[in-house]
Design a protein around this ligand. Structure first.
Ligand SMILES: Nc1ncnc2c1ncn2[C@@H]1O[C@H](COP(=O)(O)OP(=O)(O)OP(=O)(O)O)[C@@H](O)[C@H]1O
Ligand SMILES: [Mg+2]
Length: 260
Protein backbone atom coordinates (compact mmCIF):
# COMPACT_ATOMS: atom_id res chain seq x y z
CA UNK A 1 0.00 0.00 0.00
CA UNK A 2 1.35 3.39 -0.90
CA UNK A 3 -0.67 5.47 1.56
CA UNK A 4 -2.53 8.68 0.98
CA UNK A 5 -1.01 11.14 -1.45
CA UNK A 6 -3.58 13.91 -1.73
CA UNK A 7 -4.85 16.32 0.90
CA UNK A 8 -8.56 16.72 1.58
CA UNK A 9 -9.55 20.33 0.94
CA UNK A 10 -12.92 21.37 2.31
CA UNK A 11 -13.82 24.91 1.25
CA UNK A 12 -16.79 27.00 2.38
CA UNK A 13 -18.82 23.81 2.57
CA UNK A 14 -22.54 24.17 3.12
CA UNK A 15 -25.24 21.53 3.29
CA UNK A 16 -28.91 22.29 3.73
CA UNK A 17 -31.46 19.49 4.09
CA UNK A 18 -35.17 19.88 3.64
CA UNK A 19 -37.16 17.84 6.10
CA UNK A 20 -39.70 15.70 4.32
CA UNK A 21 -42.46 15.98 6.93
CA UNK A 22 -42.34 19.67 7.84
CA UNK A 23 -40.63 21.11 4.76
CA UNK A 24 -38.34 22.93 7.16
CA UNK A 25 -34.71 23.64 6.13
CA UNK A 26 -31.96 22.21 8.27
CA UNK A 27 -28.53 23.76 8.07
CA UNK A 28 -26.36 20.70 8.69
CA UNK A 29 -23.07 22.32 7.62
CA UNK A 30 -22.42 26.02 7.37
CA UNK A 31 -19.27 27.43 5.72
CA UNK A 32 -16.84 24.74 6.80
CA UNK A 33 -13.27 25.23 5.66
CA UNK A 34 -10.75 22.57 6.66
CA UNK A 35 -7.61 21.05 5.16
CA UNK A 36 -6.49 17.59 6.09
CA UNK A 37 -2.98 16.57 5.06
CA UNK A 38 -2.23 13.14 3.60
CA UNK A 39 -1.61 10.62 6.38
CA UNK A 40 -3.05 12.86 9.07
CA UNK A 41 -5.14 11.31 11.88
CA UNK A 42 -7.97 13.59 12.80
CA UNK A 43 -10.59 13.13 15.50
CA UNK A 44 -13.81 15.10 15.08
CA UNK A 45 -15.88 15.75 18.21
CA UNK A 46 -19.16 17.55 18.47
CA UNK A 47 -22.60 17.28 19.97
CA UNK A 48 -25.30 15.17 18.40
CA UNK A 49 -26.77 16.66 15.23
CA UNK A 50 -23.89 19.04 14.56
CA UNK A 51 -23.22 17.66 11.08
CA UNK A 52 -20.44 15.11 11.58
CA UNK A 53 -22.02 12.22 9.69
CA UNK A 54 -23.23 14.61 7.00
CA UNK A 55 -19.62 15.56 6.38
CA UNK A 56 -18.82 11.86 5.91
CA UNK A 57 -21.74 11.46 3.48
CA UNK A 58 -20.28 14.30 1.43
CA UNK A 59 -16.77 12.83 1.67
CA UNK A 60 -17.93 9.48 0.32
CA UNK A 61 -19.99 11.12 -2.37
CA UNK A 62 -23.42 10.09 -1.08
CA UNK A 63 -24.54 13.70 -0.88
CA UNK A 64 -23.83 16.83 -2.90
CA UNK A 65 -23.00 20.07 -1.11
CA UNK A 66 -25.50 22.92 -1.30
CA UNK A 67 -22.52 25.26 -1.75
CA UNK A 68 -18.76 25.10 -1.39
CA UNK A 69 -16.64 22.09 -2.25
CA UNK A 70 -14.58 19.12 -1.21
CA UNK A 71 -11.50 18.40 -3.29
CA UNK A 72 -9.22 15.42 -2.90
CA UNK A 73 -6.31 15.86 -5.27
CA UNK A 74 -7.99 17.26 -8.34
CA UNK A 75 -11.29 15.41 -7.92
CA UNK A 76 -14.46 15.74 -5.89
CA UNK A 77 -16.00 12.65 -4.27
CA UNK A 78 -19.61 13.49 -5.25
CA UNK A 79 -18.83 14.27 -8.93
CA UNK A 80 -16.11 11.69 -9.52
CA UNK A 81 -17.72 8.81 -7.67
CA UNK A 82 -16.02 6.09 -9.74
CA UNK A 83 -12.58 7.57 -9.29
CA UNK A 84 -12.91 7.13 -5.53
CA UNK A 85 -14.10 3.51 -5.58
CA UNK A 86 -11.73 1.61 -3.32
CA UNK A 87 -9.93 4.79 -2.27
CA UNK A 88 -12.16 5.72 0.66
CA UNK A 89 -13.33 3.17 3.22
CA UNK A 90 -15.79 3.70 6.04
CA UNK A 91 -16.33 1.90 9.32
CA UNK A 92 -19.67 2.63 10.96
CA UNK A 93 -21.03 2.21 14.44
CA UNK A 94 -22.78 -0.98 13.39
CA UNK A 95 -20.52 -3.44 11.59
CA UNK A 96 -22.84 -3.69 8.55
CA UNK A 97 -21.61 -7.18 7.70
CA UNK A 98 -23.79 -9.30 5.45
CA UNK A 99 -25.21 -12.06 7.69
CA UNK A 100 -25.29 -14.66 4.91
CA UNK A 101 -21.60 -14.24 4.12
CA UNK A 102 -18.74 -15.69 6.18
CA UNK A 103 -16.12 -13.35 7.68
CA UNK A 104 -13.75 -13.88 4.75
CA UNK A 105 -16.49 -13.37 2.18
CA UNK A 106 -17.47 -10.13 3.89
CA UNK A 107 -13.88 -8.91 3.65
CA UNK A 108 -13.75 -9.93 -0.02
CA UNK A 109 -16.97 -8.17 -0.95
CA UNK A 110 -15.59 -4.67 -1.64
CA UNK A 111 -12.69 -6.25 -3.54
CA UNK A 112 -15.18 -8.10 -5.72
CA UNK A 113 -17.03 -4.86 -6.31
CA UNK A 114 -13.93 -3.05 -7.55
CA UNK A 115 -13.06 -5.96 -9.82
CA UNK A 116 -9.99 -7.40 -8.10
CA UNK A 117 -8.93 -10.89 -9.24
CA UNK A 118 -10.21 -13.78 -7.09
CA UNK A 119 -6.72 -14.98 -6.07
CA UNK A 120 -5.77 -11.48 -4.94
CA UNK A 121 -9.08 -11.14 -3.08
CA UNK A 122 -8.34 -14.35 -1.21
CA UNK A 123 -4.76 -13.34 -0.34
CA UNK A 124 -5.73 -9.91 0.84
CA UNK A 125 -8.70 -11.09 2.87
CA UNK A 126 -6.57 -13.69 4.65
CA UNK A 127 -3.80 -11.15 5.25
CA UNK A 128 -6.22 -8.71 6.86
CA UNK A 129 -8.12 -11.27 8.89
CA UNK A 130 -4.74 -12.38 10.27
CA UNK A 131 -3.75 -8.81 11.07
CA UNK A 132 -6.97 -8.47 13.02
CA UNK A 133 -6.39 -11.76 14.85
CA UNK A 134 -9.27 -13.55 13.15
CA UNK A 135 -7.57 -16.18 11.01
CA UNK A 136 -9.35 -18.97 12.90
CA UNK A 137 -12.70 -17.35 12.23
CA UNK A 138 -12.39 -16.79 8.49
CA UNK A 139 -15.24 -19.17 7.77
CA UNK A 140 -17.44 -18.12 10.68
CA UNK A 141 -20.67 -16.24 10.02
CA UNK A 142 -21.35 -12.89 11.70
CA UNK A 143 -23.93 -14.46 14.07
CA UNK A 144 -21.16 -16.70 15.45
CA UNK A 145 -18.93 -13.76 16.32
CA UNK A 146 -18.99 -11.29 19.22
CA UNK A 147 -19.65 -7.58 18.58
CA UNK A 148 -15.95 -6.83 18.95
CA UNK A 149 -15.00 -9.58 16.51
CA UNK A 150 -17.57 -8.40 13.99
CA UNK A 151 -16.15 -4.91 14.20
CA UNK A 152 -12.69 -6.43 13.59
CA UNK A 153 -14.05 -8.01 10.41
CA UNK A 154 -15.39 -4.57 9.42
CA UNK A 155 -11.92 -3.08 10.02
CA UNK A 156 -10.31 -5.86 7.94
CA UNK A 157 -12.84 -5.17 5.18
CA UNK A 158 -12.01 -1.44 5.25
CA UNK A 159 -8.23 -1.95 5.08
CA UNK A 160 -8.43 -4.72 2.47
CA UNK A 161 -9.27 -2.24 -0.30
CA UNK A 162 -6.02 -0.41 0.60
CA UNK A 163 -7.84 2.90 0.90
CA UNK A 164 -6.12 6.25 0.92
CA UNK A 165 -8.73 7.57 3.30
CA UNK A 166 -10.38 5.82 6.23
CA UNK A 167 -13.47 7.20 7.86
CA UNK A 168 -14.70 5.86 11.20
CA UNK A 169 -18.10 7.10 12.37
CA UNK A 170 -18.61 6.26 16.06
CA UNK A 171 -17.08 2.92 15.16
CA UNK A 172 -16.19 1.83 18.65
CA UNK A 173 -18.94 3.40 20.72
CA UNK A 174 -21.29 0.40 20.75
CA UNK A 175 -18.64 -1.77 22.41
CA UNK A 176 -17.54 -2.09 26.04
CA UNK A 177 -14.75 0.26 27.04
CA UNK A 178 -11.92 -2.29 27.08
CA UNK A 179 -12.82 -3.72 23.66
CA UNK A 180 -13.39 -0.23 22.26
CA UNK A 181 -10.02 0.94 23.48
CA UNK A 182 -8.29 -2.12 22.10
CA UNK A 183 -9.92 -1.80 18.66
CA UNK A 184 -9.28 1.91 18.49
CA UNK A 185 -5.56 1.34 19.15
CA UNK A 186 -5.49 -1.37 16.49
CA UNK A 187 -7.25 0.88 13.99
CA UNK A 188 -4.96 3.84 14.66
CA UNK A 189 -1.84 1.65 14.56
CA UNK A 190 -2.83 0.22 11.18
CA UNK A 191 -3.79 3.62 9.77
CA UNK A 192 -0.34 4.91 10.71
CA UNK A 193 1.46 1.83 9.43
CA UNK A 194 -0.25 2.07 6.05
CA UNK A 195 -0.06 5.86 5.97
CA UNK A 196 -3.75 6.33 5.30
CA UNK A 197 -5.44 9.57 6.13
CA UNK A 198 -7.91 8.74 8.91
CA UNK A 199 -10.82 10.71 10.26
CA UNK A 200 -12.64 9.46 13.33
CA UNK A 201 -15.92 10.84 14.53
CA UNK A 202 -16.61 10.47 18.20
CA UNK A 203 -18.89 11.83 20.91
CA UNK A 204 -16.25 11.15 23.46
CA UNK A 205 -13.54 13.62 24.21
CA UNK A 206 -11.38 10.95 25.86
CA UNK A 207 -11.48 8.93 22.67
CA UNK A 208 -10.54 11.96 20.57
CA UNK A 209 -7.64 12.78 22.86
CA UNK A 210 -6.39 9.20 22.78
CA UNK A 211 -6.39 8.99 19.01
CA UNK A 212 -5.72 12.04 16.98
CA UNK A 213 -2.71 13.98 15.83
CA UNK A 214 -5.35 16.61 15.63
CA UNK A 215 -8.72 17.25 17.27
CA UNK A 216 -11.35 19.24 15.46
CA UNK A 217 -14.31 20.43 17.52
CA UNK A 218 -17.56 21.14 15.71
CA UNK A 219 -20.24 23.44 17.07
CA UNK A 220 -23.74 23.78 15.66
CA UNK A 221 -23.86 23.31 11.84
CA UNK A 222 -20.25 22.09 11.85
CA UNK A 223 -18.82 25.49 12.74
CA UNK A 224 -15.18 25.10 13.63
CA UNK A 225 -14.92 25.77 17.37
CA UNK A 226 -11.42 24.40 17.80
CA UNK A 227 -8.65 22.85 15.76
CA UNK A 228 -5.98 21.45 18.01
CA UNK A 229 -2.63 19.96 17.13
CA UNK A 230 -1.90 17.54 19.95
CA UNK A 231 1.87 18.08 19.76
CA UNK A 232 1.30 21.73 20.71
CA UNK A 233 0.13 20.54 24.12
CA UNK A 234 2.45 18.97 26.70
CA UNK A 235 1.32 15.93 28.61
CA UNK A 236 1.21 18.13 31.71
CA UNK A 237 -1.30 20.44 29.99
CA UNK A 238 -3.80 17.69 29.16
CA UNK A 239 -6.12 18.61 32.03
CA UNK A 240 -6.26 22.23 30.87
CA UNK A 241 -6.82 21.09 27.31
CA UNK A 242 -9.60 18.72 28.29
CA UNK A 243 -11.49 21.34 30.27
CA UNK A 244 -10.99 23.99 27.55
CA UNK A 245 -12.51 21.63 24.96
CA UNK A 246 -15.35 20.72 27.30
CA UNK A 247 -16.19 24.39 27.92
CA UNK A 248 -16.03 25.03 24.18
CA UNK A 249 -18.37 22.13 23.41
CA UNK A 250 -20.86 23.02 26.11
CA UNK A 251 -20.96 26.74 25.38
CA UNK A 252 -20.72 26.39 21.57
CA UNK A 253 -18.15 29.19 21.52
CA UNK A 254 -14.64 29.14 20.10
CA UNK A 255 -11.67 29.39 22.44
CA UNK A 256 -8.68 31.27 20.94
CA UNK A 257 -6.26 28.91 22.72
CA UNK A 258 -7.65 26.02 20.70
CA UNK A 259 -6.83 27.09 17.17
CA UNK A 260 -3.87 25.93 15.15
N1 LIG B 1 -30.83 12.97 4.84
C1 LIG B 1 -31.22 13.92 5.70
N2 LIG B 1 -32.41 14.56 5.54
C2 LIG B 1 -32.79 15.53 6.37
N3 LIG B 1 -32.05 15.94 7.43
C3 LIG B 1 -30.88 15.35 7.65
C4 LIG B 1 -30.40 14.30 6.81
N4 LIG B 1 -29.19 13.89 7.27
C5 LIG B 1 -28.95 14.64 8.36
N5 LIG B 1 -29.95 15.52 8.59
C6 LIG B 1 -30.00 16.54 9.65
O1 LIG B 1 -28.79 17.27 9.61
C7 LIG B 1 -28.30 17.52 10.93
C8 LIG B 1 -26.92 16.93 11.09
O2 LIG B 1 -27.04 15.51 11.12
P1 LIG B 1 -25.78 14.54 11.27
O3 LIG B 1 -26.29 13.16 11.14
O4 LIG B 1 -24.72 14.97 10.35
O5 LIG B 1 -25.33 14.82 12.77
P2 LIG B 1 -24.19 14.12 13.64
O6 LIG B 1 -23.26 15.19 14.08
O7 LIG B 1 -23.62 12.98 12.91
O8 LIG B 1 -25.02 13.61 14.91
P3 LIG B 1 -24.81 12.31 15.82
O9 LIG B 1 -23.66 12.63 16.72
O10 LIG B 1 -26.08 12.19 16.57
O11 LIG B 1 -24.57 11.15 14.92
C9 LIG B 1 -29.34 16.96 11.88
O12 LIG B 1 -30.20 18.00 12.25
C10 LIG B 1 -30.06 15.92 11.04
O13 LIG B 1 -31.39 15.77 11.46
MG1 LIG C 1 -23.64 10.90 13.22
Amino acid sequence: MTGASAPIEIAQLRKVFRQTTTGESILAIDQLTLRIAPGELVAIVGKTGCGKSTLFDLLIGLEHPTAGSITIGTKTPYDDFNHFRGKIATIFQQDRLLPWRSAIDNVKLPLELIGIAETVQQERAIFWLKRLGLEKFANAYPRELSGGMRQRVAIARAFAVQPEILLADESFSALDEVTANDLRQTFVGLAREFRSTAILITHQLEEAMAVGDRIVVFGKSATLLADIRMTDWDRSDQTTLRSAIQTTLQGNVADPRLTR
